[in-house]
Design a protein around this ligand. Structure first.
Ligand SMILES: *[C@@H]1O[C@H](CO)[C@@H](O)[C@H](O)[C@H]1NC(C)=O
Ligand SMILES: *[C@@H]1O[C@H](CO)[C@@H](O)[C@H](O)[C@H]1NC(C)=O
Ligand SMILES: *[C@@H]1O[C@H](CO)[C@@H](O)[C@H](O)[C@H]1NC(C)=O
Ligand SMILES: *[C@@H]1O[C@H](CO)[C@@H](O)[C@H](O)[C@H]1NC(C)=O
Length: 279
């Protein structure tokens, strides 16, 4: 014990010395500290308590969405789960995990452990209605023979999302979209990229959940007030918002309520987007 402790102190001292010489090491230490802080807010045990059936062979994605992949992916997004007070941070993580759970759910009303214990069950869309290629989009041209169907935690879809996601994250989204369902760190990164990136006129989901969203006149007229419901609007409002008692919206809310409870935080107001216009 004392020997190990001694060498640890020595290593820390060494790192401190080296970081004076190489500023980049200080940046690495920052990423390490943030990863530690995320691991503190969401432990491996909590992650497994949320995704009770992640390793169930009934789930096509079983074993794919690993806790360590999530933590590693989050290193590329230093402000995720790391903005505001601990309650805000936990609520943001719960909201993110709830939305990706709906996107990948394998649950049904009478499923074992309830419908909201089956997040992260699928990694790709099983019967896509098309290859999701919008050929009028010249900025992100489709690669022959590739499908831009839903893949990964956020079910990234369309060429105009695969292109910019790949560019931001360092892979060729147009030529190699399959990587999103083959590499779990990249998969989580696409989910976080969507969550963190503002796509005008929409704010980022992150800004909404950490209280940095400032509604425009158009937002006020459309009743787009901050809350989890607005995040749903950003993700799929065109199909789900402005509808009374939409079952998809209810599923997203059900996941969020369960996760917020596991994180010991309240959900905040405006869970629904029933009275909001979509973008
Ligand atoms: C396809 O892209 C064009 C141009 O970017 C856009 O106007 C149109 O709405 C898109 N269609 C779909 C189905 O996304
Ligand atoms: C990548 O994923 C696709 C399905 O999206 C699968 O057909 C292919 O075999 C996978 N490739 C590797 C190398 O795992
Ligand atoms: C919402 O729909 C569900 C069925 O999907 C139904 O059981 C419930 O009573 C409805 N609630 C309201 C408020 O309309
Ligand atoms: C705006 O949304 C809130 C709930 O988020 C609702 O109570 C209110 O009635 C809505 N207002 C309008 C004008 O639709």
């Amino acid at each position: 014990m004392p020997a190990a402790l001694g060498s640890r102190i020595y290593i820390v001292a060494l790192i401190i010395c080296i970081s004076y010489l190489h500023p980049s090491i200080t940046i690495t230490q920052g990423a390490e500290a943030r990863a530690r802080s995320l691991r503190h807010l969401i432990s491996k045990n909590l992650f497994h308590a949320m995704f009770l059936h992640g390793d169930d062979t009934a789930c096509p994605a079983h074993g794919f969405y690993k806790y360590t992949s999530f933590i590693r992916a989050a290193r590329s997004f230093p402000t995720f789960g790391n903005t505001g007070n601990p309650t805000t941070r936990r609520r943001e993580i719960a909201a993110f995990l709830a939305q990706i759970s709906h996107e990948t759910t394998g649950g049904w009303a009478t499923a074992p452990d309830g419908p909201y214990a089956w997040g992260l069950c699928f990694k790709e869309e099983t019967s896509p209605p098309s290859n999701y290629c919008n050929s009028t989009n010249k900025m992100w041209p489709c690669y022959p023979g590739k499908s831009y169907k839903g893949r990964g935690p956020i079910q990234l879809s369309w060429n105009y999302n695969y292109g910019p996601a790949g560019k931001a994250l360092g892979f060729n989204g147009l030529e190699d979209p399959d990587i999103v369902s083959n590499n779990s760190v990249i998969a989580f990164k696409t989910g976080l990229w969507f969550w963190m990136t503002e796509q005008k006129p929409k704010p980022s989901c992150h800004d909404v959940m950490v209280g940095r969203y400032v509604p425009t006149e158009a937002d006020l007229a459309a009743n787009r007030t901050a809350g989890y419901g607005l995040v749903t609007n950003i993700i799929n409002g065109g199909l789900e918002c402005g509808i009374h008692n939409d079952s998809r919206v209810n599923d997203r809310i059900g996941y969020f309520k369960r996760y917020a409870m596991l994180f010991h935080v309240d959900t905040g107001p405006n869970l629904d987007c029933e009275y909001q216009k979509s973008y």
